[in-house]
Design a binder for this molecule. Structure first.
Ligand code: B12
Length: 431
């Protein structure tokens, strides 16, 4: 069967830009669609293509007309969900393909996609389940008994058999089809260094339960790792690309695995610059691991500091403290690993709290601070606790740079503070 996998274009709307002309917050981000490459890897008996609309925004219609896919699979995060539905309608109009959606939003809020132009919703890890679905469609077998896959039922309720995710769902023996995006490679650049960047998965899910995070539902709370040999294979498949982003929600969630992977990379002689997500308490409890990883090529870590105040961290279920965050910054500076620090600004912030964050960032400088606005993403515990307060339900605004509940401060002043803080952080950026 011909299967077309679709990465939506950069989408999302910006309140600060639309209402107040503050255009410095809108993010245009690009990276290869690893989810689609991974899915394609396990569809090896089918004819698969990937269209990346972030790299080539107008290519969808022509690709559908020319390739005439039997199945169109669309991925997407929450701010892309409306666009995914539009793409589904365009696919149905064009070729009457079976339309399948999957990814972060589908895993967290499958009911959103229970719509006429969508046929199947894949919840959670899809490398194995999508393969089962494609094979069933091809053979005319039953498609409503595959765990983790919902057949849409727009006039009624959505029901499906939950999937018990296991390492089988990782289908490790089938590598991602990096070759399918070869023609987009020049678009996948780490802007600050003007270097090509490639994505590799080492782990899925996360052992922690932060209330704002939507990674949990992708594995139903399980944390699973790829075998170090699989990871080495994937790094090698990316050829001479100098920077490798390990895309996991938590690359160092299993210390034994992290040590084994680090050793393997060192022994292999692979010379790359690695970027990975890490918790600050992992750095504080295992500084020697980061000394070794630095030798293996780890140049930058992305750390979710989130908040400066312990009570707020506790409310977020972060299981961490401000003191540990500060200690980790010191350790990483000493080792010489650069830090991208994620902080979350609450719509409830007042002048004093903005100033508190400004002061914290002065005292504990990171190389690139990234600030997002606390957003109750559907499917998360945070959503359940904030849903009564939400006044903006248009998912186009769920980019993590908009307040979807009323701000405590005057809205314009809130965004001015937010933009100002981001700007001053970026002015000193030194990645
Ligand atoms: C790499 C990445 C990106 C890249 C590339 C994404 C792309 N497709 O082009 C870039 C840099 C472009 C990006 C952009 C953004 N991202 Co991003 N990104 C990630 C990251 C780090 C890894 C995703 C990944 O590749 N995982 C590896 C693959 C193999 O796993 P997977 O995606 O889960 O895919 C599996 C299943 O979900 C499923 N599946 C996925 N898609 C499909 C499709 C079909 C048809 C099927 C059947 C199955 C299926 O099967 C896959 C294999 O098992 C995640 C964090 C994380 N660790 O998940 C955040 C994450 C997905 N991003 C996030 C966000 C918010 C954004 C941005 C809005 C920017 C921001 N403010 O952070 C923008 C959105 C773009 C836009 N403006 O329109 C959030 C999403 C939260 C949400 N609910 O919306 C995440 C979870 C991080 C976070 N902050 O919590 N991102």
């Amino acid at each position: 069967m011909r299967i077309l996998l679709v990465n939506p274009p950069n989408c999302g709307r910006s309140i600060p830009e639309e209402r107040y002309g503050i255009d410095s917050l809108k993010m245009i981000l690009r990276g290869e669609p690893l989810a689609l490459e991974a899915l394609a890897g396990n569809l090896d008996t089918h004819d698969v293509r990937i269209v990346d609309l972030k790299a080539e925004p107008d290519a969808f219609q022509d690709m559908v007309t020319e390739f005439r896919p039997h199945i169109v699979g669309i991925t997407g995060v929450t701010c892309e969900a409306n666009t995914m539905v539009t793409l589904a309608s365009m696919a149905k109009e064009g070729v009457k393909a079976h339309v399948v959606v999957g990814g972060v939003h589908a895993s967290n809020d499958p009911h959103f996609f229970n719509k006429p132009d969508i046929d199947y919703i894949v919840v959670g890890l899809g490398k194995q389940s999508f393969r089962e679905l494609a094979d069933a469609i091809e053979s005319g077998g039953p498609t409503d008994t595959i765990p983790g896959i919902a057949r849409t039922n727009p006039l009624g309720k959505l029901s499906f058999i939950p999937r018990r995710y296991s390492t089988e769902d990782l289908a490790e023996e089938k590598p991602p089809r990096y070759d399918l995006v070869h023609h987009y490679r020049d678009e996948y650049i780490l802007k600050s260094l003007n270097l090509n960047i490639g994505l590799v998965s080492t782990a899925f899910g996360c052992p922690y339960r932060c209330s704002f995070c939507s990674v949990r539902n992708i594995t139903d709370g399980r944390y699973m790792t790829h075998d170090p040999e699989t990871i080495l294979r994937d790094i090698r498949l990316l050829g001479d690309i100098p920077i490798i982003r390990l895309v996991d929600a938590n690359t160092f969630g299993n210390i034994t695995h992290s040590r084994a992977l680090c050793r393997k990379i060192q022994e292999s002689g692979i010379q790359k610059g690695f970027v990975a997500d890490v918790r600050s308490d992992t750095v504080v409890h295992h500084p020697d691991l980061f000394v070794e990883w630095k030798k293996a090529g780890l140049r930058t870590v992305i750390v979710g500091f989130e908040e400066t105040d312990d009570k707020q961290l506790e409310r977020m279920g972060k299981a961490n403290t401000g003191a540990i965050n500060s200690e980790a910054i010191g350790i990483l500076h000493d080792i010489g690993i650069t830090i991208i620090g994620d902080f979350i600004v609450s719509p409830d912030y007042d002048e004093r709290q903005f100033q508190g964050l400004r002061d914290y960032m002065e005292k504990n400088p990171v190389d690139l601070p990234m600030l997002s606005v606390l957003t109750p993403l559907p499917g998360t515990p945070l959503y359940e606790s904030m849903k009564e307060r939400i006044t903006n339900h248009d998912l186009d605004f769920y980019t993590l740079t908009n307040a979807v509940v009323p701000t405590r401060m005057d809205e314009k002043v809130f965004y001015e503070n937010y933009a100002d803080l981001m700007k001053s952080g970026h002015a000193r950026a030194s990645l």
